[in-house]
Design a protein around this ligand. Structure first.
Ligand code: SF4
Ligand code: SF4
Ligand code: SF4
Length: 395
């Protein structure tokens, strides 16, 4: 390691894709599926046992903390047979070196079986399950490859997880449809699912045709149209403010809404648990099925390739100049409008992947969702002061 100060006093984190970008669904807004085009052979790719074992050993060895978090992601990780994950658990135990091992699997919830549930329960895995709200909202974009709906199946899977006492969280995206009915969306999770933890992410994609067949843009692409399923800045601001009011008046202490908790953390001067609203990037890389590691799950593009685990160490990659430059982009890439913004401490320019807009002065690098965040922070500021007074010492 060439740094005097160890940058990984915090957990080092590499999200893992054991089935690559392969998925049994075809959601309209998916930014994973087209990653298959980065690799010849497309969706047939899966992570080999040998590579998985190497990764597990090295990932554990690379940690400077006593708790090691594995996240199994996709595509759809449950496409891999359960036997694969039984081997994962055996290797984790073999290489644990006395560290605690935590596992989270993020799934579309359509391949869950009782056998899976028994495994998840017995091994204490956390399940992140994707559901975009009530049936009509969810089925608008989250569909099977033949176009069929998936909501019913996901709801059955959530029931099954409850029956087998498997811990799960809901993960939703905010697109043009969900953003238009914030209270229907929020109350579904609270009243119908009984969720106590809700994580939602704005969908912002732009269209850019690449020679290899990919059609989504990345940060360096210019003059691309925003995809129609994306949430607009105005709708995002309205969505956040409306749900915040409902949460503030009824659900504080009952519902954990990641965006609001992160906002309060920033108000209290504490680093929030979500990277998009914190002042740093770069601690959460992603590994594809063949061991290729990229700067971040949202930056799986050739330009953000760090190396392959078979010929370069994880620590070396995450400590490389390229990754550090990526990490610094969060702050160094801010336009003057952000640097002078009264909400910079709470926003930090949000995720760099969405910084393709221009400021009032024509400067590049402004977050597309900026006006939505301004609306939100303006709205919640007085309440955040009250919450800071009340809960600040618990942050
Ligand atoms: S379930 Fe996830 S990986 Fe599969 S198509 Fe939908 S968004 Fe993409
Ligand atoms: S680029 Fe976005 S998603 Fe990736 S670490 Fe930074 S804030 Fe998080
Ligand atoms: S609210 Fe807008 S101007 Fe302020 S920090 Fe966020 S993106 Fe920048």
């Amino acid at each position: 390691m060439n740094n005097i100060i160890n940058p990984f006093a915090r957990p080092l984190y590499v999200m893992t894709k054991p089935a690559g970008a392969h998925c049994n669904l075809a959601c309209d807004y998916c930014y994973y599926l087209e990653k298959q085009k980065l690799y010849q052979g497309g969706e047939k790719h899966v992570m080999s046992d040998r590579l998985t074992e190497i990764f597990i050993r090295e990932y554990i060895q690379s940690q400077f903390v006593s708790e090691v978090n594995f996240t199994w992601h996709g595509g759809e990780p449950m496409i891999r047979p359960l036997e694969y994950y039984r081997k994962v658990v055996r290797w984790q135990r073999q290489y644990a070196e006395g560290k605690s091992i935590l596992n989270c699997i993020q799934t579309n919830g359509t391949l869950l079986t009782p056998e899976w549930c028994r495994f998840l329960h017995d091994e204490g895995w956390l399940v992140g399950i994707s559901i975009d709200g009530p049936r009509d909202m969810h089925d608008a974009y989250r569909m099977k490859r033949n176009g069929g709906p998936t909501w019913e199946k996901v709801m059955q899977s959530i029931d099954m997880l409850d029956r087998y006492n498997v811990e799960w969280n809901a993960m939703a995206v905010v697109n043009d449809i969900t953003a238009s009915r914030p209270l229907d969306f929020y109350r579904f999770f609270r009243d119908e699912l009984g969720c106590q933890y809700l994580q939602f992410t704005p969908v912002v994609e732009r269209i850019q045709r690449h020679e290899d067949g990919r059609h989504l843009a990345h940060l360096l692409d210019e003059n691309c149209d925003v995809a129609p399923f994306s949430v607009t800045p105005e709708a995002w601001g309205n969505f956040l403010c409306t749900i915040f009011d409902e949460w503030y008046h009824n659900d504080i202490g009952e519902m954990f809404v990641q965006t609001f908790e992160a906002t309060l953390a920033n108000w209290c001067g504490v680093t929030p648990g979500v990277c998009s609203l914190s002042n740093w990037c770069g601690h959460a890389a992603v590994m594809e099925h063949n061991g290729d590691i990229y700067c971040c799950d949202h930056f799986v593009f050739p330009e953000y390739y760090l190396g392959n685990i078979l010929n370069r160490g994880i620590l070396d990659m995450l400590n490389s100049e390229k990754q550090q430059a990526f990490a610094k982009m969060k702050t160094t890439g801010l336009p003057n409008q952000c640097k002078q913004c009264q909400w910079q401490f709470a926003c930090h320019g949000e995720c760099p992947r969405n910084r393709f807009a221009r400021t009032k002065d024509g400067e590049t690098g402004l977050n597309y969702l900026c006006s939505g965040y301004q609306q939100f922070f303006n709205h919640v500021a007085p309440y955040m002061e009250i919450l800071k007074e009340k809960f600040g010492n618990q942050q």
